[in-house]
Design a protein around this ligand. Structure first.
Ligand SMILES: O=c1ccn([C@@H]2O[C@H](COP(=O)(O)OP(=O)(O)O[C@H]3O[C@H](CO)[C@@H](O)[C@H](O)[C@H]3O)[C@@H](O)[C@H]2O)c(=O)[nH]1
Length: 587
């Protein structure tokens, strides 16, 4: 097939949508709905005989019936998407693939040990995608020299690890998981050479862990690297009050197309913090990552990850490309499900999100598309910059902005405004390293756009621009904003699962997490960005709105149901979470 017709919709599709037939579920849903309706009718007809007790019962049952209808509507037309990464090479040459900026956020070196972040970064640096198209940015809201030190050491290990993974087609590219099994394997079959190299790699990884562990137990002043050297920027910083620190840990300096050679760029960012400026938690961190990457590499696509989720499937970027390069319909974002390792038996606290992913996830896929789940998601940069999709007449909202407008919307950096203008026109870099030394040259501008004052006279965090402020579940709010503008999204669920992370393992920890999600969702419900309003004033589909209302109700229900179930079970489960404490620790 000629590469020229790579985006032709007539050629075999890169992904397909299959409606699912859950006939039995539907029958059951209808029966329960009828039973509920008859119960409500019965209550209503006999209300005058029973007084206040029945009135209370009627209101509770009506609320339940409403909640039930939301759930039925959300699940009614389930669908799933199938992607064909093997067809990508027929459509687009390797060097024609778009560049991707990958973001990892971390906030606390104690609750999120750097070795976890290091594994996430290593798994991303080793994905099966042209190296010169990738850049990895790590945002550290903890401003921790330990995290920085660990990443520097990890980049040294990556020079061995990434070629090893590619040479032997290793399936799991986060070393802590790869070496956790008794029998490690190669995708290319066993050989004595593989065994030898694998042993060496295990030894090197052991050394990396030891270095990080040793550093964790020591004061930075006694590390190999001291504050006076590479770590000078961290001297005397307070976690909540410090200037921006940006370090280019690794720059892939190939001037020309280097295919699989080398490593992707690796950049460390600790944005400026000041007690008088709100930092907006993860949403603030994501906006800084977006701006810094905008002036450094400006890739048209962005992947975002929590630091505790690693890439479990090395082909993830290619799976996402199947959706994002397909010409039939421009999707706003591609979400991969959140899956977790180390689950408790029978998942007593529902942390594996099984119902949410299998039933509700499939249901939402059949409406306007997956919710944005905060991690494991590929966004188009132009969508995050506020662009609307092509409308029914084939027109997209204007892409041309004057420099003045760009500066008003995106802040005072001329360099960033230029890069945003290009992104909105779709003219972003196809390759992340277009010229030697580009990253180092842009550190000064990157420092400017990462400052805590930068957003003050701009639209960042306001409706349509960047990650949205105003809710602790910035992911749902940001995804809702994108759907509200009329974009659809896709849930991509490859095998093996794309990303794996760790979930809270204790009841109280789960409760805190659920409570935070419930609070965030409630903040959305009572704000001007309530999905019900968007149905009438914007392009949110009605059933998608009901799905957003369902997730809101569901989360609030869970946050109140978990303590009850704990009381009933007299649970003595210990508190064992990191994630639930992060928002508290960074506030
Ligand atoms: O001020 C902050 C707070 C958090 N984080 C990072 O944000 C991520 C998620 O935070 P966490 O406290 O672990 O929240 P969870 O409830 O586990 O995360 C889920 O819920 C969040 C809120 O809806 C989403 O942002 C996440 O992507 C989603 O995985 C982690 O990598 C943190 O390091 C920051 O970078 N800065």
């Amino acid at each position: 097939m000629a590469k020229a017709d790579r985006y032709s919709p007539s050629s075999s599709p890169l992904y397909e949508r299959f409606p699912l037939k859950y006939t039995n579920h539907r029958i059951l849903d209808v029966v329960v709905s009828l039973l509920l309706a008859s119960l409500l009718l019965y209550r209503l007809l006999h209300l005058h005989h029973h007084g206040i007790a029945w009135l209370i019962a009627l209101s509770c049952e009506s609320w339940f019936a409403f909640f039930w209808l939301l759930a039925v509507s959300t699940k009614w037309t389930p669908a799933e998407f199938k992607t064909y990464p093997e067809r990508l090479s027929e459509r687009v040459e390797e060097r024609g693939l778009p560049a991707v900026d990958m973001f990892v956020t971390t906030a606390d070196p104690v609750l999120e040990p750097p070795i976890i972040t290091v594994n996430t970064v290593l798994s991303l640096m080793a994905v099966d995608y042209p190296v010169s198209k990738l850049a990895c940015y790590v945002s550290d809201d903890g401003c921790s020299p330990l995290t920085y030190y660990s990443l520097v050491e990890a980049s040294k290990f990556a020079r061995l690890w990434v070629p090893f993974c590619k040479k032997y087609n290793v399936h799991v590219r986060a070393p802590f998981r790869y070496f956790s099994v008794a029998e490690v394997s190669s995708g290319n079959g066993e050989s004595s050479e593989f065994r030898q190299e694998c042993e060496k790699m295990k030894e090197e990884y052991g050394k990396l862990c030891c270095k990080i562990e040793e550093a964790t137990g020591k004061q930075p002043s006694s590390w190999d690297v001291t504050y006076s050297g590479d770590l000078a920027a961290f001297a005397h910083v307070e976690r909540r009050n410090h200037p921006t620190i940006i370090k280019v840990i690794w720059e892939n300096k190939y001037d020309t197309w280097a295919g699989e050679e080398g490593l992707p760029h690796l950049v460390y960012i600790s944005r400026e913090k000041h007690p008088e400026h709100p930092h907006h938690y993860r949403a603030g961190a994501m906006n800084v990552l977006t701006r810094v990457s905008g002036v450094m590499t400006n890739a048209p696509l962005m992947l975002n990850m929590d630091c505790d989720m690693y890439a479990n499937n090395p082909l993830i970027v290619r799976y996402a490309m199947c959706v994002l390069l397909d010409a039939r319909r421009e999707e706003g974002f591609v979400q991969f499900p959140q899956s977790f390792y180390g689950a408790l038996k029978d998942d007593p606290f529902g942390n594996q999100l099984v119902v949410l992913l299998q039933f509700v996830g499939a249901g939402i896929s059949g409406i306007q598309g997956a919710f944005y789940g905060g991690t494991g998601c590929f966004h188009r940069r132009k969508v995050i910059y506020g662009l609307c999709p092509v409308d029914n007449t084939g027109k997209q909202d204007r892409r041309e902005f004057s420099e003045k407008e760009l500066l008003r919307i995106f802040g005072t950096s001329i360099e960033f405004a230029e890069s945003a203008g290009l992104a909105l026109k779709g003219h972003t870099n196809s390759q992340t390293n277009t010229s030697r030394g580009r990253l180092l040259d842009s550190v000064e501008v990157a420092n400017q756009v990462a400052g805590c004052n930068y957003e003050s006279s701009s639209n960042w965090g306001k409706p349509n621009i960047g990650w949205q402020y105003g809710s602790t579940t910035e992911d749902v709010l940001t995804g809702l904003g994108i759907h509200t503008r009329g974009w659809s999204s896709v849930m991509c669920n490859p095998y093996p699962v794309a990303f794996l992370g760790c979930a809270p393992t204790g009841g109280p920890a789960s409760l805190t997490q659920q409570k935070r999600w419930a609070t965030g969702l409630l903040e959305i419900l009572i704000s001007g960005r309530n999905p019900l309003i968007s149905v009438f004033t914007a392009k949110l589909q009605f059933r998608q709105c009901l799905a957003y209302l369902w997730i809101n109700n569901n989360s609030n229900f869970l946050s109140s149901a978990i303590p009850s179930s704990l009381l009933i079970a007299s649970s003595t489960t210990p508190i064992s979470s990191r994630s639930c404490k992060i928002q508290e620790s960074t506030s």
